[in-house]
Design a protein around this ligand. Structure first.
Ligand SMILES: *Cc1c(COP(=O)(O)O)cnc(C)c1O
Length: 392
Protein backbone atom coordinates (compact mmCIF):
# COMPACT_ATOMS: atom_id res chain seq x y z
CA UNK A 1 0.00 0.00 0.00
CA UNK A 2 1.10 3.54 -0.70
CA UNK A 3 0.67 4.40 2.98
CA UNK A 4 3.66 2.23 3.76
CA UNK A 5 5.70 3.60 0.92
CA UNK A 6 4.92 7.26 1.44
CA UNK A 7 4.41 7.30 5.20
CA UNK A 8 1.51 9.72 4.93
CA UNK A 9 1.01 11.27 8.32
CA UNK A 10 -2.07 13.39 8.68
CA UNK A 11 -1.41 16.65 10.47
CA UNK A 12 -3.78 19.10 12.11
CA UNK A 13 -3.76 22.30 10.11
CA UNK A 14 -4.40 25.35 12.27
CA UNK A 15 -2.72 27.70 9.80
CA UNK A 16 -5.03 27.78 6.79
CA UNK A 17 -5.17 26.82 3.11
CA UNK A 18 -1.40 26.98 2.74
CA UNK A 19 0.47 25.13 0.02
CA UNK A 20 3.05 23.64 2.37
CA UNK A 21 0.32 21.67 4.19
CA UNK A 22 -1.43 20.54 1.03
CA UNK A 23 -3.76 23.44 0.24
CA UNK A 24 -7.10 22.05 1.33
CA UNK A 25 -9.31 18.98 1.60
CA UNK A 26 -11.02 17.64 -1.49
CA UNK A 27 -14.75 17.14 -1.02
CA UNK A 28 -16.37 13.81 -1.96
CA UNK A 29 -18.32 15.57 -4.77
CA UNK A 30 -15.12 16.91 -6.32
CA UNK A 31 -13.32 13.62 -5.86
CA UNK A 32 -16.06 11.52 -7.47
CA UNK A 33 -16.40 13.99 -10.33
CA UNK A 34 -12.99 13.06 -11.71
CA UNK A 35 -13.49 9.33 -11.72
CA UNK A 36 -15.08 9.09 -15.14
CA UNK A 37 -12.85 11.58 -16.90
CA UNK A 38 -9.75 10.00 -15.44
CA UNK A 39 -10.45 6.80 -17.41
CA UNK A 40 -10.84 8.33 -20.87
CA UNK A 41 -9.14 10.47 -23.50
CA UNK A 42 -10.75 13.76 -24.39
CA UNK A 43 -10.16 16.78 -26.60
CA UNK A 44 -8.44 18.94 -23.99
CA UNK A 45 -8.94 22.23 -25.81
CA UNK A 46 -12.64 21.58 -25.96
CA UNK A 47 -12.82 20.43 -22.34
CA UNK A 48 -11.02 23.48 -20.96
CA UNK A 49 -13.12 25.79 -23.18
CA UNK A 50 -16.35 24.19 -22.00
CA UNK A 51 -15.23 24.33 -18.39
CA UNK A 52 -14.32 28.01 -18.78
CA UNK A 53 -17.75 28.78 -20.29
CA UNK A 54 -19.44 26.90 -17.48
CA UNK A 55 -17.49 28.68 -14.76
CA UNK A 56 -17.94 32.09 -16.41
CA UNK A 57 -21.68 31.52 -16.54
CA UNK A 58 -22.05 30.34 -12.97
CA UNK A 59 -19.78 33.10 -11.63
CA UNK A 60 -21.42 35.74 -13.80
CA UNK A 61 -18.17 36.92 -15.41
CA UNK A 62 -17.28 37.57 -19.04
CA UNK A 63 -14.77 34.77 -19.39
CA UNK A 64 -12.90 32.20 -17.29
CA UNK A 65 -9.86 29.98 -17.71
CA UNK A 66 -8.55 27.25 -15.43
CA UNK A 67 -4.83 27.50 -14.75
CA UNK A 68 -2.15 25.52 -12.95
CA UNK A 69 -2.54 27.51 -9.71
CA UNK A 70 -2.90 31.22 -9.06
CA UNK A 71 0.85 31.77 -9.31
CA UNK A 72 0.75 30.37 -12.86
CA UNK A 73 -2.28 32.55 -13.55
CA UNK A 74 -0.23 35.64 -12.67
CA UNK A 75 2.52 34.58 -15.08
CA UNK A 76 0.10 33.58 -17.83
CA UNK A 77 -1.94 36.79 -17.46
CA UNK A 78 1.17 38.94 -17.78
CA UNK A 79 2.40 36.83 -20.72
CA UNK A 80 -0.99 37.33 -22.38
CA UNK A 81 -0.75 41.09 -21.92
CA UNK A 82 2.72 41.03 -23.51
CA UNK A 83 1.32 39.11 -26.50
CA UNK A 84 -1.63 41.52 -26.63
CA UNK A 85 0.84 44.38 -27.02
CA UNK A 86 2.78 42.50 -29.73
CA UNK A 87 1.24 39.26 -31.09
CA UNK A 88 4.49 37.97 -32.62
CA UNK A 89 6.04 37.62 -29.16
CA UNK A 90 3.79 34.61 -28.59
CA UNK A 91 6.45 32.51 -30.32
CA UNK A 92 9.34 33.99 -28.36
CA UNK A 93 8.36 34.31 -24.70
CA UNK A 94 10.16 34.62 -22.37
CA UNK A 95 12.56 36.13 -24.92
CA UNK A 96 11.52 39.63 -25.86
CA UNK A 97 14.23 40.30 -28.43
CA UNK A 98 14.61 44.00 -28.89
CA UNK A 99 11.35 44.74 -27.16
CA UNK A 100 11.43 45.83 -23.59
CA UNK A 101 8.24 45.26 -21.62
CA UNK A 102 7.35 46.59 -18.19
CA UNK A 103 4.83 45.53 -15.60
CA UNK A 104 4.01 48.10 -12.96
CA UNK A 105 3.40 47.04 -9.38
CA UNK A 106 3.06 48.96 -6.14
CA UNK A 107 5.99 48.87 -3.77
CA UNK A 108 3.70 48.83 -0.74
CA UNK A 109 1.80 45.77 -1.99
CA UNK A 110 4.21 43.16 -0.74
CA UNK A 111 3.80 39.69 -2.22
CA UNK A 112 6.20 36.79 -2.44
CA UNK A 113 4.66 36.04 -5.82
CA UNK A 114 5.59 39.36 -7.39
CA UNK A 115 9.00 38.40 -8.74
CA UNK A 116 7.46 35.55 -10.75
CA UNK A 117 6.26 38.19 -13.21
CA UNK A 118 9.84 38.14 -14.51
CA UNK A 119 9.33 34.60 -15.84
CA UNK A 120 7.55 36.24 -18.78
CA UNK A 121 10.60 38.29 -19.71
CA UNK A 122 8.97 41.52 -18.52
CA UNK A 123 10.69 43.86 -16.10
CA UNK A 124 9.01 44.98 -12.92
CA UNK A 125 8.76 48.69 -12.17
CA UNK A 126 7.77 49.32 -8.59
CA UNK A 127 5.78 52.47 -7.99
CA UNK A 128 5.51 54.55 -4.85
CA UNK A 129 7.25 53.92 -1.55
CA UNK A 130 7.21 50.99 0.83
CA UNK A 131 4.58 52.90 2.76
CA UNK A 132 2.21 54.22 0.15
CA UNK A 133 1.60 55.41 -3.39
CA UNK A 134 0.12 58.74 -4.30
CA UNK A 135 -2.16 59.14 -7.28
CA UNK A 136 0.28 61.71 -8.61
CA UNK A 137 3.30 59.41 -8.47
CA UNK A 138 1.28 56.66 -10.11
CA UNK A 139 0.21 58.95 -12.96
CA UNK A 140 3.79 60.17 -13.37
CA UNK A 141 5.15 56.62 -13.54
CA UNK A 142 2.52 55.61 -16.05
CA UNK A 143 3.30 58.61 -18.23
CA UNK A 144 6.98 57.81 -18.09
CA UNK A 145 6.66 54.07 -18.85
CA UNK A 146 3.34 53.90 -20.76
CA UNK A 147 4.76 52.91 -24.14
CA UNK A 148 6.53 49.87 -22.71
CA UNK A 149 4.06 48.91 -19.99
CA UNK A 150 1.91 45.86 -20.76
CA UNK A 151 -0.02 45.60 -17.48
CA UNK A 152 -0.42 46.69 -13.89
CA UNK A 153 -0.46 43.87 -11.36
CA UNK A 154 -2.41 44.79 -8.26
CA UNK A 155 -2.01 42.54 -5.22
CA UNK A 156 -5.31 42.81 -3.37
CA UNK A 157 -5.00 42.30 0.35
CA UNK A 158 -8.14 43.50 2.07
CA UNK A 159 -8.27 45.79 3.94
CA UNK A 160 -6.36 47.82 1.40
CA UNK A 161 -5.10 50.44 3.88
CA UNK A 162 -2.36 52.49 2.22
CA UNK A 163 -2.97 51.09 -1.27
CA UNK A 164 -4.48 53.21 -4.00
CA UNK A 165 -8.10 52.19 -4.40
CA UNK A 166 -8.66 49.66 -7.17
CA UNK A 167 -11.26 51.96 -8.76
CA UNK A 168 -8.69 54.76 -9.06
CA UNK A 169 -5.96 52.41 -10.28
CA UNK A 170 -8.29 51.10 -12.97
CA UNK A 171 -9.46 54.50 -14.19
CA UNK A 172 -5.94 55.94 -14.32
CA UNK A 173 -4.45 52.80 -15.94
CA UNK A 174 -7.23 52.48 -18.49
CA UNK A 175 -6.74 56.09 -19.56
CA UNK A 176 -3.41 54.85 -20.93
CA UNK A 177 -5.03 51.83 -22.59
CA UNK A 178 -3.23 49.43 -20.23
CA UNK A 179 -4.94 46.44 -18.57
CA UNK A 180 -5.12 45.79 -14.81
CA UNK A 181 -4.52 42.31 -13.39
CA UNK A 182 -5.61 41.70 -9.81
CA UNK A 183 -4.18 38.91 -7.68
CA UNK A 184 -7.03 38.09 -5.30
CA UNK A 185 -5.89 34.46 -4.96
CA UNK A 186 -7.00 33.90 -1.39
CA UNK A 187 -9.44 36.78 -0.84
CA UNK A 188 -12.48 34.49 -0.84
CA UNK A 189 -14.66 33.96 1.14
CA UNK A 190 -16.57 36.26 1.16
CA UNK A 191 -17.68 34.83 -2.18
CA UNK A 192 -18.47 38.31 -3.46
CA UNK A 193 -14.80 39.34 -3.36
CA UNK A 194 -13.98 37.76 -6.74
CA UNK A 195 -16.52 40.08 -8.33
CA UNK A 196 -15.58 43.17 -6.43
CA UNK A 197 -12.44 43.77 -8.49
CA UNK A 198 -14.11 43.00 -11.81
CA UNK A 199 -16.91 45.39 -10.93
CA UNK A 200 -14.26 47.99 -10.17
CA UNK A 201 -13.13 47.54 -13.78
CA UNK A 202 -10.14 45.19 -13.45
CA UNK A 203 -9.45 43.27 -16.65
CA UNK A 204 -8.35 40.02 -15.02
CA UNK A 205 -8.92 38.72 -11.50
CA UNK A 206 -6.92 35.74 -10.32
CA UNK A 207 -8.10 33.18 -7.78
CA UNK A 208 -6.45 30.12 -6.35
CA UNK A 209 -8.48 26.97 -7.07
CA UNK A 210 -6.80 24.99 -4.34
CA UNK A 211 -7.69 27.16 -1.36
CA UNK A 212 -11.22 28.02 -0.21
CA UNK A 213 -12.68 27.10 -3.60
CA UNK A 214 -11.81 23.49 -2.83
CA UNK A 215 -10.26 22.17 -6.03
CA UNK A 216 -6.82 20.58 -6.29
CA UNK A 217 -3.88 22.57 -4.95
CA UNK A 218 -2.45 22.84 -8.47
CA UNK A 219 -5.42 24.75 -9.89
CA UNK A 220 -6.28 28.39 -10.28
CA UNK A 221 -8.57 30.71 -12.19
CA UNK A 222 -8.23 33.66 -14.52
CA UNK A 223 -11.51 35.56 -14.62
CA UNK A 224 -12.43 38.59 -16.70
CA UNK A 225 -11.92 39.97 -20.18
CA UNK A 226 -12.45 37.51 -22.99
CA UNK A 227 -9.88 39.29 -25.14
CA UNK A 228 -7.06 38.52 -22.68
CA UNK A 229 -8.29 35.05 -21.78
CA UNK A 230 -8.41 34.06 -25.46
CA UNK A 231 -4.73 35.02 -25.71
CA UNK A 232 -4.00 33.00 -22.56
CA UNK A 233 -5.54 29.97 -24.27
CA UNK A 234 -3.39 30.59 -27.35
CA UNK A 235 -0.23 30.48 -25.27
CA UNK A 236 -1.63 28.04 -22.72
CA UNK A 237 -0.75 24.40 -22.04
CA UNK A 238 -3.18 22.94 -24.59
CA UNK A 239 -2.12 25.10 -27.49
CA UNK A 240 0.02 23.62 -30.24
CA UNK A 241 0.63 24.72 -33.80
CA UNK A 242 1.74 22.19 -36.36
CA UNK A 243 3.26 23.30 -39.63
CA UNK A 244 5.83 21.71 -41.92
CA UNK A 245 5.85 18.68 -39.60
CA UNK A 246 7.04 20.85 -36.77
CA UNK A 247 5.25 21.28 -33.51
CA UNK A 248 5.25 24.63 -31.75
CA UNK A 249 4.29 24.86 -28.10
CA UNK A 250 4.06 27.94 -25.92
CA UNK A 251 5.11 29.34 -22.55
CA UNK A 252 1.95 28.01 -20.88
CA UNK A 253 3.04 24.43 -21.48
CA UNK A 254 5.07 24.67 -18.26
CA UNK A 255 1.78 25.26 -16.43
CA UNK A 256 -0.22 22.25 -17.55
CA UNK A 257 -3.65 21.45 -16.14
CA UNK A 258 -4.93 17.89 -16.40
CA UNK A 259 -8.43 16.80 -17.38
CA UNK A 260 -8.94 15.88 -13.74
CA UNK A 261 -7.92 19.41 -12.66
CA UNK A 262 -10.44 20.87 -15.13
CA UNK A 263 -13.39 18.74 -14.05
CA UNK A 264 -12.57 19.08 -10.36
CA UNK A 265 -12.33 22.87 -10.58
CA UNK A 266 -15.64 23.17 -12.44
CA UNK A 267 -17.39 21.12 -9.77
CA UNK A 268 -15.57 22.87 -6.91
CA UNK A 269 -16.53 26.32 -8.17
CA UNK A 270 -20.21 25.34 -8.31
CA UNK A 271 -20.02 23.98 -4.78
CA UNK A 272 -18.16 27.04 -3.54
CA UNK A 273 -20.76 29.41 -5.02
CA UNK A 274 -23.43 27.59 -3.01
CA UNK A 275 -21.50 27.98 0.25
CA UNK A 276 -23.78 29.20 3.01
CA UNK A 277 -21.57 32.02 4.22
CA UNK A 278 -23.37 32.71 7.49
CA UNK A 279 -23.27 29.02 8.39
CA UNK A 280 -19.58 28.92 7.49
CA UNK A 281 -18.81 31.98 9.63
CA UNK A 282 -20.86 30.54 12.52
CA UNK A 283 -18.78 27.39 12.34
CA UNK A 284 -15.54 29.45 12.37
CA UNK A 285 -16.74 31.49 15.36
CA UNK A 286 -17.88 28.39 17.24
CA UNK A 287 -14.47 26.74 16.80
CA UNK A 288 -12.73 29.89 18.05
CA UNK A 289 -15.07 30.04 21.04
CA UNK A 290 -14.36 26.42 21.98
CA UNK A 291 -10.63 27.06 21.97
CA UNK A 292 -11.10 30.18 24.07
CA UNK A 293 -13.34 28.27 26.50
CA UNK A 294 -10.71 25.59 27.04
CA UNK A 295 -7.63 27.82 27.19
CA UNK A 296 -9.27 30.84 28.81
CA UNK A 297 -9.03 29.55 32.38
CA UNK A 298 -5.30 28.99 32.38
CA UNK A 299 -3.53 31.84 34.15
CA UNK A 300 -0.36 31.47 32.05
CA UNK A 301 -2.25 32.24 28.87
CA UNK A 302 -3.82 35.40 27.51
CA UNK A 303 -6.22 34.63 24.75
CA UNK A 304 -8.50 36.55 22.42
CA UNK A 305 -10.39 36.28 19.18
CA UNK A 306 -9.08 38.61 16.53
CA UNK A 307 -9.45 39.50 12.92
CA UNK A 308 -5.88 39.25 11.73
CA UNK A 309 -3.73 41.97 10.23
CA UNK A 310 -3.43 41.82 6.46
CA UNK A 311 -0.29 39.71 6.17
CA UNK A 312 -1.72 36.64 7.85
CA UNK A 313 -2.85 33.63 5.84
CA UNK A 314 -5.77 34.84 3.82
CA UNK A 315 -8.68 35.49 3.84
CA UNK A 316 -8.89 37.98 6.68
CA UNK A 317 -12.64 37.53 7.13
CA UNK A 318 -11.97 34.36 9.09
CA UNK A 319 -11.41 35.06 12.79
CA UNK A 320 -8.35 33.60 14.58
CA UNK A 321 -7.52 32.85 18.16
CA UNK A 322 -4.49 34.76 19.37
CA UNK A 323 -2.59 33.06 22.21
CA UNK A 324 -0.04 34.90 24.30
CA UNK A 325 1.99 33.06 26.96
CA UNK A 326 3.57 34.30 30.16
CA UNK A 327 7.28 35.14 30.21
CA UNK A 328 8.51 31.64 30.93
CA UNK A 329 6.94 30.21 27.80
CA UNK A 330 8.00 31.01 24.26
CA UNK A 331 5.27 30.80 21.59
CA UNK A 332 7.81 29.61 19.01
CA UNK A 333 8.90 26.75 21.25
CA UNK A 334 5.27 25.80 21.86
CA UNK A 335 4.60 25.79 18.11
CA UNK A 336 7.69 23.66 17.48
CA UNK A 337 6.62 21.19 20.12
CA UNK A 338 3.11 21.01 18.67
CA UNK A 339 4.66 19.62 15.48
CA UNK A 340 5.80 16.63 17.57
CA UNK A 341 2.37 16.02 19.00
CA UNK A 342 0.55 12.93 17.80
CA UNK A 343 -1.03 13.95 15.44
CA UNK A 344 1.30 16.82 14.51
CA UNK A 345 -0.26 20.28 14.90
CA UNK A 346 0.77 23.23 12.76
CA UNK A 347 0.14 26.74 14.12
CA UNK A 348 1.45 30.11 13.06
CA UNK A 349 3.68 32.21 15.31
CA UNK A 350 4.17 35.91 14.76
CA UNK A 351 5.86 38.45 17.01
CA UNK A 352 5.81 36.13 20.01
CA UNK A 353 2.17 35.16 19.73
CA UNK A 354 0.60 31.96 18.53
CA UNK A 355 -2.36 31.95 16.15
CA UNK A 356 -4.98 29.28 15.59
CA UNK A 357 -6.98 29.50 12.38
CA UNK A 358 -10.21 27.46 12.46
CA UNK A 359 -10.58 27.40 8.64
CA UNK A 360 -9.14 23.93 8.03
CA UNK A 361 -10.01 22.31 11.37
CA UNK A 362 -12.26 19.28 11.50
CA UNK A 363 -14.83 19.35 14.29
CA UNK A 364 -13.02 18.13 17.37
CA UNK A 365 -9.57 19.23 16.30
CA UNK A 366 -9.98 22.53 18.12
CA UNK A 367 -10.19 20.50 21.36
CA UNK A 368 -7.09 18.46 20.50
CA UNK A 369 -5.10 21.63 19.84
CA UNK A 370 -6.28 23.37 23.01
CA UNK A 371 -5.46 20.36 25.19
CA UNK A 372 -2.04 19.95 23.60
CA UNK A 373 -1.26 23.60 24.33
CA UNK A 374 -2.41 23.18 27.94
CA UNK A 375 -0.18 20.14 28.33
CA UNK A 376 2.82 22.10 27.07
CA UNK A 377 2.09 25.12 29.24
CA UNK A 378 1.72 22.93 32.30
CA UNK A 379 5.09 21.39 31.58
CA UNK A 380 6.53 24.90 31.32
CA UNK A 381 8.42 24.04 28.20
CA UNK A 382 11.40 26.37 28.13
CA UNK A 383 13.95 24.75 25.83
CA UNK A 384 13.37 23.43 22.34
CA UNK A 385 12.02 20.20 23.74
CA UNK A 386 11.02 17.80 21.01
CA UNK A 387 9.76 14.81 22.97
CA UNK A 388 6.83 13.05 21.44
CA UNK A 389 3.74 13.60 23.45
CA UNK A 390 0.13 12.80 22.85
CA UNK A 391 -3.31 13.51 24.17
CA UNK A 392 -4.49 10.02 23.37
C1 LIG B 1 -1.81 31.34 -2.54
C2 LIG B 1 -1.58 32.59 -3.26
C3 LIG B 1 -1.02 32.61 -4.54
C4 LIG B 1 -0.59 31.35 -5.22
O1 LIG B 1 -1.66 30.51 -5.44
P1 LIG B 1 -1.44 29.01 -5.95
O2 LIG B 1 -2.82 28.62 -6.39
O3 LIG B 1 -0.95 28.25 -4.78
O4 LIG B 1 -0.47 29.07 -7.07
C5 LIG B 1 -0.83 33.82 -5.15
N1 LIG B 1 -1.17 34.98 -4.55
C6 LIG B 1 -1.72 35.01 -3.33
C7 LIG B 1 -2.12 36.30 -2.71
C8 LIG B 1 -1.95 33.82 -2.64
O5 LIG B 1 -2.51 33.84 -1.42
Amino acid sequence: MYEDKLKIKEVINAIGTVTFLGGNRISPEVLSSIEEVSKVFVNMKQLIDDAGCNIAKSMGVESAYITNGAAAAIVLSVASCIVKSKPGLKYKLPELGRDEKFVLTFKNQISEFKYLIKLTGAKIKEIGTAKDTSELSFKKALKKFADKTVAIVYFAFEPLRESLKIEDVVSITHSFGIPVIVDAAAEVPPIYNFKRYLEAGADIVILSGGKAIGSFSDTGLMLGKKEIIEIAKEIGPHSEEISNSRNTIFIGRTMKVSKEDIVATTVAVDKFLKLNESEFMNDMNTKCKEIIDILGNNTSIRIKKINPPWYFPRPVTIPRVEVEFNNKVDAGVIANNLKYYNPAIYCLVDKGKLYINPQCLRTGEEKIISNAILQLVDREIVGNNIDNFTGK
